[in-house]
Design a protein around this ligand. Structure first.
Ligand SMILES: Cc1cc2nc3c(=O)[nH]c(=O)nc-3n(C[C@H](O)[C@H](O)[C@H](O)COP(=O)(O)O)c2cc1C
Length: 415
């Protein structure tokens, strides 16, 4: 049944209309490029409920979440949305950004904004990278391939998960370049070696070792959504839900002897793994999931080539500490010797600006592109990337910073 529009709905629709209107005269900022597109959006806008019905209607990346929730089966949406226990760390990731405000400068030439960054010898069009996420066919029939096509179309880089539902070779082809590969080592070194040598042969320049979920996690939101899903899960999850059964269905594990594998990150794993991997492969090694100065120092000592500040999007530990709050001590720990990247709760251009100002070289996003993928496929992922880049560009103009290198600590105030 169609619900009556309240004042907030009308205001929301009006703002959306303004944002899409070429009459607004924000040259270079207008979301829709041609009058035809604008009229089509107006038509669908007039027909839409509160939830957007096409990517062009979105004012920000959060608007894709409601569509994803509407389209996905409950268990899959729960897998996407969940944090740990009552989602305290998930919320902390968002709340952490409020501790910083922007100190904006005036009368700077901001006509040309350069978003490019250089990482491990390659220049990228923007500092926004698509984080590794497993099982993307749970969100769209072509999962990782669709995401790779969107990343390619928009000039963004991505990291492929060990648990991807497409192979590294297929993703590289769709991306038009070798992806970075995220590694869960498992508890069998022959499998670690097999995965590493396969992605090395596929040309992947960077291996991203995830270390944040060694302790296990209690994902209550996932369990709650799953309870409401009445489908027969074993129709697709053939073999059941043990780790061993799951990886047997994953393309990256095909051809490997898996009988001894029981877990993605063994409980007794320690810093020796870094040296072992460095000895195994010439790929750059980035450690994903650090949160403290001490571990940042250890990463440098053990020869890591980079680190990612991350708590797995609030899905790893119950620390209730946002990654943006961890970033300054990790930056201090590496002392400029290796690049620091970060993820967790990035939804706005200002979030990205703040991380760059605190010393991150790049920012990874997870859920926003998955919402776009589930909502509208490739067009949804592209729209998410366009929105984030557009916001960052405007924020940089407003602050008077024309390039990423110009975004420094002096542009932030800490409350
Ligand atoms: C559904 C889902 C699956 C994920 N799978 C992986 C994975 O396979 N490997 C990994 O290193 N991180 C994984 N992550 C964590 C992301 O790489 C990233 O750290 C996180 O999503 C960033 O937070 P955000 O979602 O708030 O942007 C996953 C996250 C989500 C939401």
């Amino acid at each position: 049944m169609k619900k009556a529009l309240d004042e907030g709905d009308h205001r929301r629709r009006f703002l959306r209309l303004l944002a899409t209107s070429p009459l607004l005269g924000l040259s270079g900022l207008s979301w829709l490029e041609s009058e035809v597109e604008w009229r089509q959006a107006l038509d669908s806008f007039a027909q839409s409920e509160e939830i957007i019905t096409s990517p062009e209607q979105a004012l920000n990346v959060m608007e894709f979440e409601a569509v994803a929730r509407q389209k996905l089966p409950p268990a899959h949406f729960g897998y996407l949305a969940t944090g740990v226990t009552d989602d305290g760390t998930l919320r902390a990731n968002r709340e952490g950004f409020a501790k910083y405000q922007l100190r904006v400068r005036r009368l700077r030439d901001v006509q040309k904004i350069d978003l490019s960054v250089r990482l491990f010898g390659t220049t990228w069009d923007s500092p926004i990278i698509l984080a590794p996420v497993g099982s993307q066919k749970a969100f769209h029939p072509d999962g990782e391939i669709t995401v790779a096509k969107a990343a390619r179309a928009k000039g963004h880089h991505k990291i492929l998960s060990t648990h991807a539902s497409s192979s590294v070779e297929a993703v590289n082809e769709a991306l038009g370049a070798p992806t970075w590969f995220q590694l869960y080592p498992t508890d069998d070194w022959t499998v670690t070696r097999g995965l590493t040598k396969r992605v090395e042969a596929a040309g992947c320049p960077v291996l991203v070792l995830t270390v944040d979920s060694q302790g296990g996690s209690l994902r209550e939101t996932f369990a709650r959504f799953r309870r409401t899903d009445l489908r027969q899960c074993t129709d697709c999850h053939v073999g059941g839900f043990t780790y061993n059964a799951m990886i047997r269905r994953r393309p990256m594990f095909q051809g490997l002897e898996l009988s001894k594998v029981t877990t993605q990150l063994p409980l007794n794993l320690n810093w020796d793994i870094v040296k072992r991997l460095k000895d195994l492969t010439p790929m750059k090694l980035v450690i994903k999931g650090l949160a403290t100065r001490e571990d940042a120092e250890l990463a440098v000592e053990h020869g890591a080539d980079g680190v990612i500040v991350s708590n797995h999007g609030g899905r790893a530990e119950d620390s209730r500490r946002g990654t943006i709050e961890c970033l300054p001590e990790v930056v201090a720990g590496v002392q400029g010797k290796i690049p620091v990247l970060i993820d967790g709760g990035f939804r706005r251009g200002t979030d990205i600006f703040k991380a760059l100002a605190l010393g991150a070289q790049a920012v990874c996003i997870g859920r926003p592109y998955l919402w776009g993928l589930a909502a509208f496929g490739q067009a949804g992922v592209e729209a998410v990337l366009t929105l984030l880049r557009r916001e960052l560009t405007i924020d940089m103009r407003q602050a008077g910073t024309a390039s990423i290198a110009q975004i420094t600590r002096e542009y932030l105030l800490e409350q």
